[in-house]
Design a protein around this ligand. Structure first.
Ligand code: HAM
Length: 425
């Protein structure tokens, strides 16, 4: 019986994972420049963390969570996103006690039972960032600027940043009411889904992807015309900071997010190159979530980006430093040389070199072909004569030149050649 992977999940094979490592390393470098530190919450949590945290009427909680009872009868959910877990950990470990701004990033798999299609998976990876403990609008801008730095480091340039303000607990209820009233006038023309959800969650109607509905939503009241003075002020400051750094962006008054915890600034980054699932990244401010879980008042701002989508957009063909090829390929000819080089390979690796070798005792031609294919910088050629004389042949695979190295000094010699980036022998 052939067992295949579950629909909507995929294996990331070695040729692909090297791109992931490269992107992940860039993220670590850039995020740490901005003072973010890694946090690794577990990938499953008590179900109520997500149902209460993300909003009972969100698509994720209503129909997309992988929820099950464990053997002890506890209701468990595979995390559909990372923010709720970071908030839980923040409260559980009393990190608020230090009274500073806490800046976290995380990376890992998320799980949503969505209909799989290009760019949409049931297990997908996110890199997320959460800045916790300040309402200062400059951090909203700073986090978006960090994201732009990160995208620049990946040579990514075809994307759009849209921002909006979603108001706060004080002004959103009035907007919700005004929006609902206006939607009622358009119900016969709106899709079934919008007809269902406008009562419980009218803001989601603004997010509908049906073409006619999208046209109708243009005439609905705009949230930016309804937010209170405090929210307006916050949003204006975020805009001023973004303009100062000349980051291209636009304000989209219809931008709402699929999770209920957002307040004030919300943003999304999309790319037309992605097709229907065009969101690379989404996030915003969530000032009340920590309190909702009985923590102290802690305003927060964060985002998460989908790694599969991000990686599919990077022009890897123009990126040079992605492959780590072997420094040396050890070619051993004959049984005596093969066993005689076993410890040498170990010494080369222990000295920090990346070494590949042949396992099959194949011919010189075949081993040279393998060395070429591995794109290693040098081939160390050792046959029975070389073992007896203690002198090995070292071939520079880039220019074909060959020289002798002695058995005693070959580790040091190869190290100095590779660490000085010397190509000529
Ligand atoms: P989200 O918008 O639900 O936000 O997800 C963020 C990103 O995850 C999306 O923009 C998309 O790139 C990727 N993504 C979501 N679902 C899928 C899927 N089924 N397959 C592939 N990629 C997907 C959040 O998760 C929030 N926790 C972000 C946040 C952090 N807000 C504040 N802090």
């Amino acid at each position: 019986m052939k067992i295949q992977a579950i629909r909507g999940v995929k294996d990331i094979l070695p040729d692909e994972i090297k791109k992931w490592h490269w992107v992940e390393n860039k993220a670590y470098q850039i995020f740490s420049r901005y003072g973010f530190k890694e946090i690794r919450p577990p990938i499953f949590e008590k179900t109520k963390l997500f149902s209460r945290g993300l909003g009972e009427t969100t698509d994720i909680v209503e129909k997309e969570m992988y929820t099950f009872e464990d053997r002890g009868g506890e209701k468990i959910t595979l995390r559909p996103e990372g923010t709720a877990s970071v908030v839980r950990a923040f409260i559980e470990h009393k990190m608020f006690a230090s009274q500073t701004v806490h800046k976290f990033y995380y990376l890992g798999p998320m799980f949503r039972y969505e209909r799989p299609q290009a760019g949409r998976f049931r297990q997908f990876y996110q890199i997320g960032v959460e800045a916790m403990g300040t309402h200062d609008p400059s951090i909203d801008a700073e986090v978006m600027i960090m994201l732009m730095d990160f995208f620049n480091s990946l040579s990514l340039n075809q994307f759009e940043l849209q921002i909006n303000s979603l108001g706060c607990d004080k002004c959103r209820p009035q907007y919700r009411e005004a929006l609902q009233q206006s939607i009622i006038n358009h119900l016969p023309d709106l899709c079934d889904n919008c007809n269902k959800r406008y009562k419980k969650n009218p803001l989601r109607v603004l997010d509908c992807k049906v073409k006619l509905d999208m046209e109708i939503t243009l005439s609905l009241p705009k949230i930016t015309d309804h937010i209170c003075g405090e929210c307006k002020n916050h949003f204006e400051k975020v805009n001023t900071f973004l303009r100062e750094t000349e980051i291209p962006y636009s304000i989209d008054p219809r931008l709402v997010r699929g999770l209920d915890y957002y307040t004030h600034t919300a943003f999304e980054i999309t790319s037309s190159k992605l097709g229907a699932q065009n969101a690379i990244c989404g996030g915003g401010r969530y000032n009340t979530l920590v309190e909702q879980f009985d923590g102290p008042s802690t305003p927060c701002f964060g985002f998460a980006l989908g790694l599969e989508r991000l990686i599919s957009l990077i022009p890897f063909e123009n990126i040079k430093d992605i492959d780590k090829n072997p420094d040396v390929f050890v070619i051993s000819l004959g049984e005596k040389a093969k066993s005689g080089t076993f410890n040498l390979v170990h010494r080369l690796r222990s000295a920090g070199l990346s070494v590949e070798r042949d396992y099959d005792g194949s011919s010189m031609k075949s081993q040279m072909r393998k060395a070429n294919k591995s794109e290693s910088r040098f081939a160390l050629i050792i046959g029975e004569n070389e073992i007896n004389s203690g002198k090995y042949q070292l071939k520079n695979m880039q220019n074909g030149t060959q020289s002798n190295v002695t058995a005693d000094s070959c580790v040091e010699e190869i190290i100095s050649l590779t660490s000085n980036q010397v190509i000529e022998l």
